[in-house]
Write a protein that binds this ligand. Structure first.
Ligand code: AMP
Length: 421
């Protein structure tokens, strides 16, 4: 018989890692609600057109989309990210603004799988729609910053840039295209290919051979109008006021086409070069309109869960929560008493596990040990006959016999004491 394994770029998230994922999302939920953001759940697939708006010249759209025709002949795609879906939802439902939402869940990109880069990867993110105020940019950056702190990460660097408004960005891109074409013979083959599709993204190249040409490329600051320069100045001042350190990086353009004004990226300095970007975002004032809605500004970010957890590993922070039960029931009389005792304990909100299949006392005690429970409740024929149960404290091995009728109360009391320790 054939057996199957996960597809390339996908993984099973097994215990105890899965508990860590859940704790990650819960930590994010807590910080996001502290900032007044509400949870939303966009669908995992949408009309392909929603994602085409991300920009015809981006890898995410041209090479990496999981798109297919469904049985009804619709062209759909698994979401490669969620900002476009949030904007599509905004256009469809027209909530009052500012609309501040957060989301969490998997995205799909047909990338070359490697450490820190998967075909199914999780993100948590925030989008704020309907606000042009640069303080909104600062809020979303501060939210991400607080979240990294909440995880315990310290080696996170914030890189910041502005792309100006649509016109300024277009004029700068034109100047970049001309400059890179004039110096094309000094660019690597890969960057020449990028130049043909999206001159802005040549700036993204991390290849050392491209560095000298990129160094001399036109800079956005020379193309910014007064308003855009002012917007960026407020962002920088406010971040400084909040004590959030950053560096302005003129080369930071980010992958997707819809960004304008503020763009930012969080880089983990504890990770190796291939996957140091653990999150990023920016302003995307044109996206809602492109999706058929009224002109609506937006700003947001998404953080890669998989990669952020790699950063947590590198800094030895945010370990998997312990997933253990507090009580384990051992029953050598057939299991009927274990059934009743476990039910009573669970009804009293005490996490409980038990052994099955009438295994030997030794095997059941071994299972109790493995479970990590603080208390084992042991039922043999003597106990069953005398309406009692042996309570064993797993840490000390101390055993007492307790009356069946008082069991729940005594277990509760004992656990309350171990709780404080
Ligand atoms: P993006 O949506 O491309 O701006 O990505 C935002 C964040 O998602 C990145 O900083 C990464 O942390 C994460 N990310 C993007 N693509 C992948 C991937 N294929 N595998 C794992 N994480 C990813």
């Amino acid at each position: 018989m054939n057996s199957f394994a996960t597809s390339p770029g996908t993984r099973d998230i097994l215990p105890p890692d899965a508990a860590r994922w859940r704790a990650f999302q819960e930590a994010f939920a807590e910080v996001a609600s502290r900032y007044g953001c509400s949870y939303m759940i966009p669908p995992m697939f949408e009309d392909l057109g929603v994602f085409l708006r991300l920009g015809e010249a981006t890898d995410v759209v041209t090479k990496e989309m999981y798109d297919f025709e469904d049985k009804g002949g619709r062209r759909v795609a698994l979401r490669p990210e969620q900002t476009a879906s949030v904007c599509r939802a905004f256009v469809q439902h027209r909530p009052t603004t500012p609309w501040k939402v957060w989301y969490a869940g998997p995205n799909f990109r047909y990338e070359k799988p490697q450490q820190g880069r998967y075909r199914q990867f999780d993100q948590v993110g925030v989008e704020v729609l309907g606000v042009t105020d640069p303080h909104a940019d600062v809020e979303v950056i501060a939210l991400a910053w607080d979240f990294y702190r909440a995880l315990g990460l310290r080696q996170v660097h914030l890189a910041l840039n502005t792309l100006g408004n649509a016109d300024e960005r277009a004029r700068w891109t034109e100047a970049l295209a001309k400059y890179f074409r004039d110096h094309e013979e000094q660019l690597t083959v890969d960057s020449r290919a990028t130049l043909a599709k999206n001159p802005l993204r040549v700036l993204d190249s991390k290849r050392p051979d491209d560095a000298p040409v990129i160094q001399g490329a036109p800079r956005i600051e020379d193309y910014l109008g007064v308003e855009s320069a002012q917007h960026f100045a407020v962002v920088r001042q406010s971040l400084t006021e909040l004590g959030i350190p950053f560096t302005v990086e003129a080369r930071l353009v980010r992958g997707l086409d819809y960004y304008c004004h503020t763009t930012f990226e969080f880089v983990s300095t504890s990770l190796s070069a291939a996957h140091t970007a653990i999150g990023g975002g920016g302003r995307y004032d044109g996206l809602v309109e492109q999706l058929g809605g009224p002109a609506t500004p937006g700003v947001g970010f998404a953080l890669g869960l998989d990669r952020t957890l790699l950063a947590c590993d590198a800094e030895s922070v945010f370990p998997s929560p312990r997933e253990t039960v507090r009580v384990f029931v051992v029953d050598t009389t057939g299991g009927g008493e274990a059934l009743r005792v476990a039910a009573e304990l669970r009804a009293a909100d005490i996490s409980t596990d038990r052994a099955f299949e009438q295994r030997s006392m030794k095997a059941q005690m071994k299972a109790a040990d493995r479970s990590g429970a603080e208390i084992a409740l042991i039922i043999g024929s003597d106990e069953l006959a005398s309406d009692s149960i042996v309570m064993r404290l797993m840490s000390s091995g101390e055993q007492t016999t307790v009356k069946r009728a008082n069991l729940i109360e005594i277990v509760q009391r004992t656990l309350a004491v171990t709780d404080v320790k």
